[in-house]
Design a protein around this ligand. Structure first.
Ligand SMILES: [Zn+2]
Length: 458
């Protein structure tokens, strides 16, 4: 049964909750009252304390026990703005508080009746009384406005429930990558997912280099080529595929399909209305990217092709690719940075670590799991028909200039695969060969970019 003084104490707990919100924490506040006096307060602070147990109730209980010099809080009442979770309810039972009063119910984690009721469990609880719903409207309004503000305020790209977003801090101070992030989330195919891209150089530049990365890389892969293009006075566009880099990462592997990623890129190019494009591709950047120009050939003037292929589904996948696919399946948590380090002894530790930055945990790695099996293997695989159509385009209809650069140490998409691809690109001259470079050719990209700036006339 609520008591006449309850709302007054709950107002004090609400003050604590507001202070938590001001500090960027989920607004929950608590006070402990004994004999009519407030003896302790607590506000939610797991972020500030780096402590998952730093809930308002736990902090208030600790402060009260300290104040009383006793871990038993006999005769105390704890007021909290939100129904306590299982952890906090357990702590309250351990402290032997006489009474718990909460404001808003918590249908997601409430352990005082909403999800479960620890206080009603006679094997656990002999004495603690619970009253809920005191100033419930005020308490839940505070929470609601906090979450709404966090979603919208200064954030035009709210995070979808079925996706993850790598924290910005993961990308702090990456070597050789000074460019400002740009985001789009309103392309129809994105359905609200946030797509990151770089857009550097003048919008009206005579040439635009559209740089597409593959798996498991991101736009960081182009950091050695971008400065060369910019120094030539050109514009550079480098998106991170959904699931990679600074773009949002769907939680489910099954969200990734060839057709969907291709559609995102088509809409991206339309939205930016790119012209005089030199398409720069490698790995999945080519598997997807080489299927793009046939839909709008007038946008493209050149193609720079590095270790990639077309997934036409009518030729067997290379033994090197099958080995890679098998490795990804058997070691899904493989160290991305180490993969780069192995083929690139010239890279610093910090540069290798930058390739791990987008993937702080397994949950963020859905694209890494999804992409290898997504390479079209059979004639009716998703993307195979578009890739065959693209092969016809490149061999018969392509009017632009072409350049090919091959990292010769690549066991997956190296010289034999590239020679086969070259046969399908109309007018492609003898390739530039990089004997030291492996699959991630762009790590030796400065020389390639310099050759490309000369090769593609302006
Ligand atoms: Zn709690």
């Amino acid at each position: 049964m609520p008591l006449p003084d309850d709302p007054a104490y709950m107002h004090l707990a609400l003050d604590e909750a507001r202070a938590a919100a001001a500090a960027g924490e989920v607004p929950v506040g608590a006070v402990v009252v004994k004999d009519g006096a407030v003896i302790a307060t607590g506000r939610n602070a797991p972020i500030a304390h780096h402590d998952p147990t730093a809930h308002a109730e736990v902090l208030a209980l600790r402060a009260a026990a300290e104040r009383l010099g006793n871990y038993r809080l006999d005769g105390c009442t704890l007021y909290v703005t939100l129904e306590p979770c299982a952890m906090c309810s357990g702590a309250m039972l351990h402290s032997r508080v006489a009474r718990v009063v909460y404001g808003a119910p918590d249908p997601k984690t409430g352990a005082a009746g909403s999800v479960l009721n620890l206080f009603a469990e006679p094997r656990l609880n002999h004495q603690t009384v619970v009253d809920g719903g005191v100033l419930a409207d005020d308490c839940s309004a505070l929470l609601r406005s906090f979450f709404q503000e966090r979603r919208m305020n200064g954030n035009p790209h709210p995070l979808r429930d079925d996706a993850l977003r790598t924290p910005d801090s993961a990308f702090d101070n990456l070597p050789g990558y000074p460019w400002a992030p740009r985001y789009l989330s309103d392309l129809p195919a994105l359905a609200g997912l946030r797509l990151h891209h770089l857009d550097e150089g003048p919008v009206d530049a005579p040439r635009t280099w559209l740089c597409l990365h593959g798996n498991p890389a991101w736009s960081y892969l182009y950091r050695k080529m971008i400065p060369v293009f910019l120094a030539a006075g050109d514009r550079v566009i480098a998106p991170d595929l959904v699931g990679f880099g600074k773009s949002d990462k769907p939680k489910k592997d099954g969200a990734h399909t060839f057709t969907w990623h291709r559609q995102v890129l088509l809409e991206f190019i339309e939205r930016l209305d790119l012209h005089n494009v030199v398409l720069v591709v490698q790995d999945w950047g080519g598997l997807l990217g080489l299927t793009l120009p046939m839909t709008a050939p007038q946008r493209y003037r050149g193609v720079l092709v590095m270790n990639t292929t077309l997934g036409t589904g009518d030729a067997p996948l290379s033994p090197g690719f099958l080995a890679w696919r098998e490795m990804c399946a058997s070691k899904p948590d493989f160290d991305v940075g180490r993969l780069f380090a192995r083929g690139n002894p010239q890279m610093s530790e910090a540069e290798c670590a930058a390739y791990n930055a987008p993937f702080p945990d397994r949950g963020h790695r859905a694209a890494l799991r999804a992409f290898p099996p997504m390479v079209p293997e059979f004639p009716d695989s998703d993307g195979a028909a578009a890739s065959r159509e693209a092969r016809d385009f490149w061999s018969q209809r392509w009017q632009g200039e072409s350049l090919m650069a091959i990292g010769q140490q690549d066991p997956v998409l190296g010289e034999p695969v590239m020679r086969a691809l070259r046969a399908h690109i109309r007018g492609c001259p003898e390739p530039m060969r990089l004997p030291q470079a492996g699959h991630f050719v762009q790590e030796h990209g400065e020389a390639i970019a310099q050759a490309a700036v000369k090769h593609f006339s302006r």
